[in-house]
Design a binder for this molecule. Sequence first.
Ligand code: ATP
Ligand code: MG
Length: 384
Amino acid sequence: MIRLERVTKIYPGSAFPAVDSVSLEVAEGQICMLIGSSGCGKTTIMRMINRLTSITSGTIHIGDQNVMDMDPIQLRRQIGYVIQQIGLFPHMTVYDNIATVPKLLWWDKKRIAERVDELLDLVNLDPDTYRFRYPRELSGGQAQRVGVARAMAADPPVMLMDEPFGAIDPINREVLQEEFLRIQARLRKTIVFVTHDIDEAIKMGDKIALLDAGRLIQFGSPEELLTKPKNQFVKDFVGADRTLKRLNLLRVKHAMLRNPVHCLEEDPSEKVAEKMIEQDMSYLLVTDRQGRLKGYVNLYDLRGHKGTVGDVVRPLSLTVKPDTNLKDALSKMLSYDLGIVVAVDDAGRLQGFLNTRTLFSVVGESYDERGGHWGRITADGRIL
Ligand SMILES: Nc1ncnc2c1ncn2[C@@H]1O[C@H](COP(=O)(O)OP(=O)(O)OP(=O)(O)O)[C@@H](O)[C@H]1O
Ligand SMILES: [Mg+2]
């Protein structure tokens, strides 16, 4: 846990504080994203946490220890630090850069060599290609990745990462973000992570601290910043498309209507048609006895049809998984005539149903269980 209490930094000779009475807490194993425009005090906060910069007033605790009571060298060994301008030692190879802290900790050679290779793999750099290169022989993004590997080398419980993915192109950046979150799910480090990119903050953060001119403007979960921006500044910062951004945070399973009304393929068409008329539905989902989705029928096909629903069922080609993110589901929904997507599990069993109405119920505030041509979309299970 990292806790800042009314932390202020006034650089000597400066009229205004660079950091102005900032209080925030990062719980054990969580990622706190620091975001705000250039010069708002992000790097200064990081450097006060590991005591590279003195604190003018206020306190910083790591766990139950006040950083001011700790030996700065000891403190920094417990904290992995990825600095903003990469900061690799230019006269040392990639290997020696990553091995810096493990060497200080007197790890044996074999353990260090294994760790370096493991970390290079982790940041998507082939160990055999890059191990003995010098920083000048790396691209900016590659150097940043070595910087991340170096900060993680001794497996510190706390990491301070100052724009670690800043110089990396969008595609590799996304790969690294995914990879990083995957590792974090396992390692559960306590991380303060600086970014300029609101999308990165929303994607990576358990909490986001939005700063402006040294002040903490809003501190909360990505969800809170998107749904309850405190003021116009936050609104502008998260962007006018904050509703769409929220879709990225949510998954189909959060929005879908479970156990949607449906019939079985062996149900008699006429009976189903009667029920559909009664319930004001034009379309209906069809499954087999095992609950596997077979498709849908429309009322027009069923009326006057003497057989079973299975004879006239139409395939539903567009399905999603409950774990699909809502943005992808929406984009599929919009490209599909019926304006719905159906969620099925890996075995093809009907799990839920999503249309613009059910989407509104999570993204907007209103909930209406009437769903256009589909009529009443209720969680009634079978129609008969
Ligand atoms: N050593 C220093 N002496 C005096 N002022 C400083 C010093 N370091 C930073 N500042 C000032 O403190 C303020 C905050 O700087 P800081 O580096 O923390 O910003 P930042 O949020 O990290 O910005 P960026 O996004 O550009 O990295 C700035 O106005 C900066 O000019
Ligand atoms: Mg900075």
